[in-house]
Design a binder for this molecule. Sequence first.
Ligand SMILES: Cc1cc2nc3c(=O)[nH]c(=O)nc-3n(C[C@H](O)[C@H](O)[C@H](O)COP(=O)(O)O)c2cc1C
Length: 306
Amino acid sequence: MKKILVIHYSQTGQLTRVLDSILTPLKADASVSVACEELKPLKPFPFPWNSKEFFDAFPESVLEKPIAMQPLNVNPDEQFDLIILGCQVWFLSPSQPLTGFLKSKEGMQLLNGKNVITVSASRNMWLNAQESVKLMLKNAGAKLTGNIALIDRSPNLISVATIVGWLFYEKKENYLGVFPPSGISEKDIAEASRFGTTILEALNKNEFQNLQAKIVSQGGVMMVKTLVNLELRAKLIFRKWAQFISAKGGPGDPKRRVRTKIFAWYLPIGLLVLSPIAYTLSNIIMLLMPGKAKKQREYFEGVELN
Ligand SMILES: Cc1cc2nc3c(=O)[nH]c(=O)nc-3n(C[C@H](O)[C@H](O)[C@H](O)COP(=O)(O)O)c2cc1C
């Protein structure tokens, strides 16, 4: 009997649905047992979000400060053949509950020595967060053997607008009567079950070396080529903002409110102005240096940590 543990945190249920789809072939196999662990922060995060709480979550997400988590239900000494880790992305970083888990003593104990496959279902910017997750997994002694990254296929600025409707007003579809549905498409969620079949094969053969290449060939790592450079630069800028805001106090501290508000204005303006510039620059770079851009993409499609 092969034992899989699925760990995740999701506010809207989207990541849960993606994981459920991936798990379908695995659950249907009598030789596989699947256990699930839902991550629970000691102090829950709100859903839907309001602007104040949303931007107050920014500094500690970016600085990857671990929050206190409720104890796990699973025994951290229990052995598993594979851990499938749902990775929620907040502000180009692992979400606070994910960081809380990955940096906790219990989490690190559980992950130590295990094969791990990460799964994210973000808007479209997950590269930096995945780099952080790779490092945290390495620090925990885990072996990252696969990564599935699904994104919202809408154009960048459309997905920015629709995610506001979804996360702030719980209006996933038809936001303001004009926008397409937010998030991962129903088709992509349903078809994610194909990755489960690929994972099952690797698990049965205990052969994980070629797993990521197969996931990539099945379209399991989605990224927007023209946003790669913008995302990498944005994380550096985010770190500076996060330090600037948190210098005034911790989560909820009224002393940091003014700085958080300035950032709340900066972010959408930055996105509106920088996205088209980054798009144009990226296209020029890809034309002038196709080899460099390809190498960069291949790195992010992989599971190694540079
Ligand atoms: C506070 C916050 C920050 C987010 N930041 C990002 C981001 O930087 N990049 C991205 O692609 N998606 C981002 N998202 C979208 C999430 O990754 C995810 O797609 C969404 O929250 C719904 O998924 P879930 O509730 O199943 O986790 C953010 C969501 C929240 C709540």
